[in-house]
Design a protein around this ligand. Structure first.
Ligand SMILES: [Zn+2]
Length: 304
């Protein structure tokens, strides 16, 4: 199970999630990340379904060359750029769960190119998901979090020798687990947050036996790490709620995101330039001197 976590400093809490329809006020992660546009807007072969919510009217504009300084509108529901909105992969109705999910998000996470917590939040009841951003928490400044950590029915998901397998715990204590805390960040960020906040030593520490990350192949993509928190949440909630459907539903938008990333990556990997440089070009080299010259230039990365 690969986990990611980050570093940061703010301490605001925000409930996450949004309705499918009316525009909602900006949530903490809804500031536009311009870096996101470079990868996704470059693709013209995107096979995601038409977003259908708000993207249509602006379709003509997307065909025009757009300066990088321009910010792209984001979907209110999934927080994705409208052009690559993942709402078609979200459940029609928010999942009905009784567990409260408390995500402790390293401040660097909210600026990640691919944010998956908004996807998670869009699948769950708004009053069941809370995201708290920060690195350091204490009883005085964070009374609500402190109360949650002190509640005997709260769990914290963090693997280690002290951690109990969640499945075992659930089968032994079926009815009194109300909240699960998940740390969102890279491994080192999560470690820092877990060990440097004594509050997080209060809840029962649990881990997941299953490693679902392996079902995703984007090993070398930046998305890989980003998936983990959502995957962990999906698996943990399915166990706590005793409902595998929850896991499937939560992972669906993620799978769509992955397949888009893979499609895009595949385009790069299978480019002629790449194939030539790596001796993988499957066709015989051209006999025409002009074409041959062009190939040589490609191999040497000269812009032609
Ligand atoms: Zn959307």
């Amino acid at each position: 199970m690969e986990r990611k976590v980050a570093v940061g400093g703010s301490e605001e809490a925000a409930s996450v999630g949004s309705g499918a329809g009316a525009p909602e006020p900006l949530r903490p992660w809804e500031t536009v990340r311009e870096s996101e546009s470079t990868v996704e807007s470059a693709s013209t072969t995107l096979s995601l379904p038409d977003p259908g919510n708000g993207g249509d009217s602006a379709d003509g504009l997307w065909e025009l060359p757009v300066e990088h300084a321009l910010r792209r509108p984001e979907c209110n529901r999934c927080s994705r750029p409208q052009k690559v909105c993942l709402c078609p992969f979200l459940p029609a109705h928010r999942l009905n769960i009784s567990t409260n999910l408390y995500i402790i998000q390293h401040p660097a996470e909210e600026n990640k190119v691919l944010r998956t917590v908004p996807l998670l939040a869009a699948c769950l009841p708004q009053d069941k998901v809370k995201v708290k951003i920060g690195r350091r928490f204490n009883e005085e400044r964070d009374p609500e979090l402190s109360a949650i950590c002190r509640n005997p029915s709260t769990l914290i998901l963090y693997p280690g020798a002290e951690a109990i397998n969640l499945e075992e715990l659930v089968s032994n204590s079926p009815n009194n687990l109300s909240t699960i805390i998940i740390i969102d960040g890279t491994w080192s960020q999560a470690k820092d947050i877990f060990y440097k906040n004594s509050l997080f030593r209060l809840p029962r520490q649990v881990q997941l036996k299953t490693s679902v990350s392996s079902q995703y192949v984007i090993r070398t993509q930046p998305t890989n790490r980003c998936l983990s928190t959502l995957e962990c949440a999906a698996v943990a909630l399915a166990i706590l709620e005793k409902n595998d459907h929850i896991q499937e539903t939560l992972l669906r938008p993620l799978q769509a995101l992955c397949s888009f990333q893979l499609q895009h990556g595949a385009q790069i990997r299978l480019s002629k330039e790449h194939l030539l440089k790596n001796g993988l070009y499957p066709k015989p080299m051209p006999k025409n001197k002009r074409k041959l010259r062009k190939m040589e230039l490609l191999m040497n990365s000269v812009k032609i």
